[in-house]
Design a protein around this ligand. Structure first.
Ligand code: C2G
Length: 709
């Protein structure tokens, strides 16, 4: 008997990590294997595969038709496999080097054996090696426990056994098709060994919007597939374990996923008949230990009375909201927001403005508001402000996340914000939500991020929440074509893009004059007889005290700067709004000023003569002034490599030099005229590309687009 193992690896939509998967096979202690890599554009895939695999005939690259689902792809693999065993490995995963050996050594006469699964993220790139002492557990009555992951990956399966059963994957289902292979197999087998030390590393899906894993697929996809698979497999001739497995899968899906979607009647209409068909097959005993609500739901579904079910479902939701409302303060707020405020009539002339989560009166919302104040008479305004702050026109102010806040965001016809609203915000269909965003992106944004290093989240959750938010945006401002292109993709944005430039930059065009600049300096007690350096760095995803409060280690040598430039310059230190560190400025009086709490950074730009920054979007705006920009990028390798990645090449596309230490910073300031001359051409190109939409009329254009003239 041949001992060849055929590893079947579909690579569609998951090309990026294929070399890691193949590397983990190359490192196997058990070498008698072939790999069938399947893709609908195999030539394109081969172009990213390392040569060593292309030149090794154990690696077989097979072209598959386009537009087939993974079940059909795997079937092609099975047809072409030459081995005595099959093993399914997905192209974005990898296995420990003893995997095939341990499975092969332990399968004996059993038709199938399973290895252990570990979840990993996207930062792990090299293949992990584990020592192997092969502990085997036997699963008989509980063998369906092994199928909790619903997946066909990570089993070594006798090909002969599959051929005898004539078993293949069902090809019409995009999701859950693994069950159509695995459930019949489990039914034929009494005992499945489980090798505890054979580890399969499964990457957590980090792109739930564009490339969802099975679990992350949309409900519109999952629901008909689950019903379809359930109805195809579920029969009374199955083993008790098999029936229980499928029934529980259906009930859990109903409970955890479907019920929350049944807030709206059209969803119920859509799924009701399939739901009835499936629920009718469930063993009545299965409900014995379930709670009253589920039992009652099932009873009403079985009565096949859609109207009654709709009523029940609405009532259940109401009960749940009430229950949350009684048990916590937060729940009470949610209840009133959802069940009361959201049913009140919209106020057609009310606009809510919010900038950086109520932290300041600033950014594009400020300039849009001031334009409206001057040019529109028939609107009322609410500003979200967490601290008292004098705002022209005396609008109502509310603190973020209070009950009053929810009152206004429920009733205002218009919402204007520059960052994300709370996840809880329910966008009413008649509301208009303008997202101004807060900068031309340098660092990778939302959907373009591979890893998320912020506390309290991961890429999957981050992107899901982010996508839920961007779905609510009706209008989005683009400061330049470059941003418009990135926003469409990274925000999954399909609504109205306003190609207007940034309202916050209007003053950089309209008020770039000596009178304004001196007036601003005087109001803020900043000397008018010295030149000004503005230091405005960004935040670091991985340096924080707690969620939302970031640290900043000031690396600039201020004492040295004071000594050398104190007669000619002062420096304004401007930390990012997410940074919570306090700076110690003793000994730096009359030279360094902490302007972190100054509300409007555009005014700081106007006052300053040189900008020092790093990876912050501030330089895109500052370039409107055509004044010198220096980049203090002491941690560029870490920032670019591990944390975010950039959209543009910092080395070749920026309008100023990258400076790695204090010596270089001192030098550049000392020779600022020479620096400017050296970067003149680049600065011009940069200006054309990023600033040419900013013509001083962005606020006007945005207001015209969103409010009737
Ligand atoms: N900002 C500021 N002071 C700083 C840094 C930033 O006032 N020291 C303001 C600027 O208006 C800047 C905006 O906050 O344009 C965004 O800051 P970034 O440093 O670019 O970082 P981030 O908040 O992560 O946003 O598409 C833009 C990106 O999402 C960046």
């Amino acid at each position: 008997m041949n001992n060849l193992i055929s590893v079947i690896t579909p690579a569609e939509n998951n090309e990026k990590y294929i070399n890691t998967a193949l590397e983990s096979l190359r490192n196997q202690k058990y070498t008698n294997f072939e790999v069938l890599v399947l893709h609908s554009d195999i030539e394109a895939l081969k172009s990213i595969v390392n040569d060593e695999y292309l030149n090794d005939d154990r690696y077989r690259f097979i072209n598959t038709p386009a537009d087939i689902y993974v079940g059909a792809t795997r079937n092609i693999g099975i047809e072409q496999a030459k081995g005595a065993y099959l093993y399914f490995l997905d192209s974005d995963d990898y296995i420990a080097e003893n995997m095939l050996q341990l499975l092969h050594e332990s399968i004996g006469e059993f038709p199938m054996i399973r290895g252990r699964m570990k979840t990993t993220d996207f930062s792990t790139s090299s293949v992990i090696i584990l020592p192997g002492t092969n502990k085997i557990k036997m699963y008989s009555n509980r063998r369906y426990n092994l199928l909790r992951s619903e997946s066909a990956i990570n089993y070594l399966i006798s090909k002969n056994f599959i051929d005898k059963m004539n078993l293949r994957f069902s090809e019409q289902f995009k999701t859950y098709s693994d069950l159509t292979f695995m459930v019949p197999l489990m039914e034929e087998i009494d005992i499945v060994p489980y090798a505890e030390e054979a580890i399969y590393f499964r990457r957590r899906g980090n792109d739930p919007i564009n490339n969802p894993t099975l679990r992350q697929s949309s409900l519109e996809q999952l629901t008909p597939d689950l019903f379809g698979v359930y109805n195809q497999l579920r029969s009374d001739n199955m083993s008790e374990e098999g029936r229980k497995y499928l029934d529980d899968k259906l009930l859990n899906f109903y409970r955890k996923r479907l019920v929350s979607e049944f807030r709206d009647d059209t969803t119920i209409d859509y799924y009701f008949s399939s739901l009835v068909e499936s629920i009718n097959k469930i063993d009545p005993d299965r409900l014995k230990n379930k709670d009253f609500i589920l039992k009652n739901d099932v009873k009403v579904i079985k009565s096949n009375n859609k109207r009654r079910f709709r009523k029940l479902s609405n009532f259940n939701h109401f009960l749940r909201d009430i229950k949350n409302g009684i048990t916590s303060r937060r729940g009470r707020k949610d209840l009133i927001y959802k069940r009361v405020f959201n049913y009140m009539k919209l106020k057609d002339n009310l606009v809510v403005f919010e900038s950086f989560q109520g932290k300041s009166y600033s950014d594009s919302p400020k300039y849009i508001y001031e334009y409206m104040l001057k040019n529109k008479s028939n609107y009322n305004y609410v500003w979200v402000m967490n601290n008292s702050n004098k705002i022209p026109g005396n609008p109502k102010t509310v603190k973020r996340n209070t009950l009053r806040y929810y009152y206004y965001i429920a009733r205002a016809k218009y919402i204007v914000s520059n960052v994300r609203m709370p996840n809880k915000y329910i966008k009413r269909p008649e509301q208009s939500y303008l997202q101004t965003w807060h900068g031309t992106p340098l660092k990778r944004l939302a959907g373009d991020m591979d890893n998320v290093h912020m506390p309290g989240t991961n890429a999957e959750r981050y992107k899901k929440n982010f996508n839920r938010e961007t779905d609510k945006w009706d209008y989005l401002i683009a400061p330049n074509q470059y941003s418009a292109d990135i926003f469409r993709r990274a925000f999954w944005f399909n609504n109205t893009m306003l190609p207007t430039g940034y309202p916050r930059n209007d003053i950089l065009t309209n008020q770039n004059d000596e009178d304004t600049i001196n007036r601003l300096k005087r109001i803020n007690h900043i000397p008018t007889n010295k030149k000004i350096i503005l230091y405005a760095p960004t935040w670091r995803d991985d340096e924080y005290f707690k969620v939302g409060k970031y640290k900043f280690n000031l690396k600039l040598d201020l004492h040295r700067m004071k000594e050398q430039f104190g007669d000619e310059y002062i420096i304004l230190l401007r930390m990012h709004y997410l940074v919570a560190s306090n700076m110690d400025l003793t000994g730096l009086e009359d030279f360094a000023y902490d302007v972190s709490s100054y509300s409007d950074v555009s005014e700081l730009y106007l006052m300053s003569d040189i900008l020092i920054t790093d990876y912050s979007s501030v330089f895109f705006d500052y370039a409107n002034l055509r004044r010198p920009i220096l980049f203090f990028t002491y941690d560029i390798e870490k920032y670019q490599g591990q944390l975010r990645g950039f959209y543009i090449d910092m080395e070749t596309e920026l309008p100023g030099p990258l400076l790695m230490d204090n010596n270089e910073v001192m030098d550049a300031i000392q020779n600022i005229d020479a620096v400017c001359e050296k970067y003149e051409d680049r600065y011009n190109e940069f200006y054309e590309r990023f600033c040419s939409w900013d013509d001083g009329r962005a606020s006007e254009k945005v207001v015209d687009a969103m409010f009737e003239k």
